[in-house]
Design a protein. Structure first.
Length: 203
């Protein structure tokens, strides 16, 4: 039997992940424009928290979906955990630099652990697509959550490709997916997931 106490814990973590994701977008997109140092510090902190909190939530999602298709559910969990830990390490790296700036300028080099958001956006989007497919096909979580997950997955992959190819954060190819997913779609997805786990919703 899947632990009801863990689902409650994971549900709380999912809601907090949604809040962290919103605050990350706020710090990265809005605050950093007026206060770069503060924006860098807060965005790193909330990216770190988002990675850690989402990892707890994804284990509960696997618990719901593993009987639907064990192999795909396991693959989705592995992808989601790699993305979550990559996000946490990326956030931790940025946080360390924000608190104690290095003596030598880092330039515009991508993060070695998460180049241009490969894990934070690209792998996370792939994981969310598989999870959404399992949700929609099984009804083990609200189907609307699966449809919203498809949208978030597409925006995450588009955001990764934009950061990889375009680079300029002011480009609509990056800015529009970042605004939509960061402020609305992804936070709503995590909060909805958290509420569903807390209520032990099946359909």
């Amino acid at each position: 039997m899947w632990s009801a106490s863990y689902e409650r814990f994971a549900g709380t973590c999912a809601i907090l992940a949604g809040v962290s994701g919103f605050l990350y977008a706020l710090a990265f997109i809005i605050i950093s424009q007026n206060a770069p140092a503060l924006g860098a510090l807060l965005s790193a902190l909330f990216l770190l928290l988002l990675g850690l909190l989402s990892s707890a939530a994804q284990v509960a999602v696997y618990g719901r979906l593993r009987e639907v298709d064990p192999a795909f559910a396991l693959w989705a969990l592995i992808l989601a955990m790699v993305a979550a830990l990559g996000s946490a390490v990326h956030g931790g790296y940025d946080l360390a630099n924000a608190l104690n700036p290095p003596s030598a300028a880092l330039g515009d080099l991508p993060s070695a652990i998460d180049p241009r958001g490969l894990l934070t956006f690209g792998v996370a989007g792939l994981a969310l697509f598989v999870i959404s497919w399992l949700i929609v096909g099984s009804g083990r979580l609200p189907r609307g959550l699966g449809y919203l997950g498809y949208l978030s997955a597409a925006l995450l992959v588009l955001l990764y490709l934009g950061r990889l190819i375009v680079l300029s954060p002011s480009s609509p190819i990056i800015l529009i997916p970042a605004l939509l997913n960061g402020f609305v779609v992804n936070p709503v997805w995590y909060v909805w997931l958290g509420v569903s786990l807390l209520r032990r919703e099946i359909v």
